[in-house]
Design a protein around this ligand. Sequence first.
Ligand code: ADP
Ligand code: MG
Length: 290
Amino acid sequence: ATPMSIIAGVGRAAEYGVLVRDADALQRASELDTLVFDKTGTLTEGKPQVVAVKTYGDINEAQALRLAAALEQGSSHPLAHAIIEKAGETQLPQISAFRTLRGLGVSGEAEDHALLLGNQALLNEQQIATTEIDPELEAQASKGATPVLLAVDGKVAALFAIRDPLRADSVAALERLHREGYRLVMLTGDNPITARAIAKEAGIDEVIAGVLPDGKAEAIKKLQAEGRKVAMVGDGINDAPALAQAEVGIAMGGGSDVAIETAAITLMRHSLVGVADALAISKATLRNMK
Ligand code: ADP
Ligand code: MG
């Protein structure tokens, strides 16, 4: 075991667009058995689009979009961009009492109406019944779309189905990792039905869904408590605690600065192919040392 060959391994990784923080990180990367992936922006393109709008009660599609887009102007979530884009360049109402409810959605008031926009957990938390729209929720989610609900004055007014497709090269990279014997896990704040539909497309073994931002590191700890050697792959600010908790944190290129600062390995490109390359190089390097 010579430090020289580790340094060579770090150099070799760099040629593949994989930046390894130190020799120790390469060693830990060679010992992993479980890879956990953030969904939005890591497995998927991170550019969600509204694919369907359903309205309930006496609101029409344009009115629902206008209210939802007005609220989302205060949010930087990828889902917010999708709704604003779908609404187009209309005059949006002024929002007061705006709030972000992390991992759930947003709320505020406009034109004397109380507005709530987010997932089913958010509406249920506010005692707003969603039973009427359950079939539609399930239908959209099982197609892999994320249902975002708009409530106006305590009643469900609209459902926006938002789709964020897998990155073109995700499936092949995941297949390669599977062949190499890793257990593949998806970790997401999205709802379980949507998450499972996308995991199936991607060839992911296990889904941990409905996780609030603060719960991501806790989920990694639980896997570690089962004796697994875990890498976390993510791109967002809210992935940073999980990246730090994992044996190896892997940040996607072009992701948030916080993710990159926290990660032991950073990919120069925003592609999962880099994960497969990084792990192959770590194994080859450590094998040469024995
Ligand atoms: P992830 O990054 O894993 O997608 P988040 O914790 O960011 O998860 O969000 C979890 C869920 O909360 C989203 O899938 C969505 O249903 C809801 N949500 C969060 N922020 C918003 C928002 N600005 N607008 C609508 N829904 C939101
Ligand atoms: Mg993400």
